[in-house]
Design a protein around this ligand. Structure first.
Ligand SMILES: [Ca+2]
Ligand SMILES: [Ca+2]
Ligand SMILES: [Ca+2]
Length: 183
């Protein structure tokens, strides 16, 4: 703070919205000794400084690689499934990719898209990160896909992160639980 009463940032490297977004300051005003030789008068006020978030964090996927198998012949619009494990019990759920972003508001709002590996647009991804089939898969034509999924935030200068979804092991049989190929 300077003598004119302006509050300014003395070291911007120490100001980080993600660490502390609100500062409660107490400002002291002291009368100049020459205007009041008897002694200085003091007054105080509180100043609340609320930082605005900037988009300085990119979305980060919880996993760098997701692997699963599907069986061919699924109708268009079917969820691609994966096997999960909870409390020592395996379960089958839609394959769901998920990214987190440390910013706030739009700067942390995430949109998912498939940016490469999606031969013939075989797959689609919904707004929640679920992967769906976009056509009937035929392993005689393509038996493996390596999809690059991108998460892009809603910042004015968007930032993004990527992950890989490896879909392999097509089969006409019912979905087989094989944790070695899945994790
Ligand atoms: Ca920051
Ligand atoms: Ca962000
Ligand atoms: Ca930020």
């Amino acid at each position: 703070m300077n003598n004119a009463g302006h509050i300014y940032v003395s070291d911007s490297t120490l100001v980080d919205y993600e660490q502390q977004s609100v500062y409660h300051l107490v400002v002291e005003a002291a009368s100049a000794v020459e205007t009041n030789p008897a002694g200085e008068f003091l007054a105080y006020t509180k100043v609340i400084v609320a930082l605005k978030d900037i988009n300085d964090n990119e979305p980060q996927f919880l996993q760098q690689l997701y692997t699963t198998a599907v069986h061919e012949g699924l109708a268009k619009g079917s969820f691609v499934l994966q096997v999960g494990l909870a409390h020592n019990t395996s379960f089958i759920c839609p394959l769901h990719v998920s990214a987190v972003d440390a910013d706030a508001g739009e700067n942390a709002g995430i949109t998912y898209s498939i940016v490469s590996g999606n031969q013939d647009s075989a797959f689609a991804i919904d707004m929640n990160g679920n992967i769906l089939t976009n056509m009937q898969l035929d392993r005689e034509i393509v038996d493996e896909y390596k999809l690059t999924i991108m998460a892009t935030d809603g910042g004015a200068r968007p930032m993004s992160g990527t992950t890989i979804v490896h879909v392999k092991g097509f089969s006409n049989l019912n979905f087989q639980i094989d944790q070695h190929t899945l994790f």
